[in-house]
Write a protein that binds this ligand. Structure first.
Ligand SMILES: Nc1ncnc2c1ncn2[C@@H]1O[C@H](COP(=O)(O)OP(=O)(O)O)[C@@H](O)[C@H]1O
Ligand SMILES: [Mg+2]
Length: 118
């Protein structure tokens, strides 16, 4: 059983919450569903958001962080966004000294990992 100890982070909460919110929003929109997990180590807090969407080609994985960039196939206005969610998530995480790393899951879909230093 995982411990249910609260994880305490000194941060700008209104800004920082945009990061997991935007990632979960994307996972639901492009990846069918979101599975979020949080854990802490003595040095850092790690938040991962997994989805079950299509594989994003490796070269696209870095480009999706550019403002207004949207992968072919999600450019339709029907999916709503304008391509700022990941750029905002990245800048907020970096402003807190953290990292935001996207990777392809072996099972398919995307994993977004946020690491915040404690
Ligand atoms: N979980 C995901 N699975 C597949 N593609 C994604 C995922 N998250 C983001 N993307 C791609 O990255 C692009 C940029 O994402 P984002 O910055 O949140 O902008 P928006 O959601 O407004 O389009 C999306 O348009 C989509 O093509
Ligand atoms: Mg988005």
């Amino acid at each position: 059983m995982e411990s249910a100890q609260p994880i305490v982070c000194e941060c700008q909460p209104a800004a920082l919450k945009r990061a997991p919110t935007n990632l979960i929003d994307n996972a639901v929109k492009y990846g069918k569903r979101a599975r979020a997990a949080i854990r802490s180590t003595p040095q850092a807090i790690e938040i991962t958001i997994d989805d079950e969407g299509p594989r994003i080609p490796k070269d696209e994985l870095t480009r999706v962080f550019q403002p207004f960039y949207r992968v072919e196939g999600s450019r339709s206005r029907e999916t709503g966004g304008i391509g700022l969610g990941l750029a905002i998530a990245l800048s907020v995480v970096q402003a807190h000294g953290g990292r935001l790393t996207p990777s392809s899951r072996p099972e398919g879909g995307l994993r977004a990992s946020i690491t915040l230093p404690l």
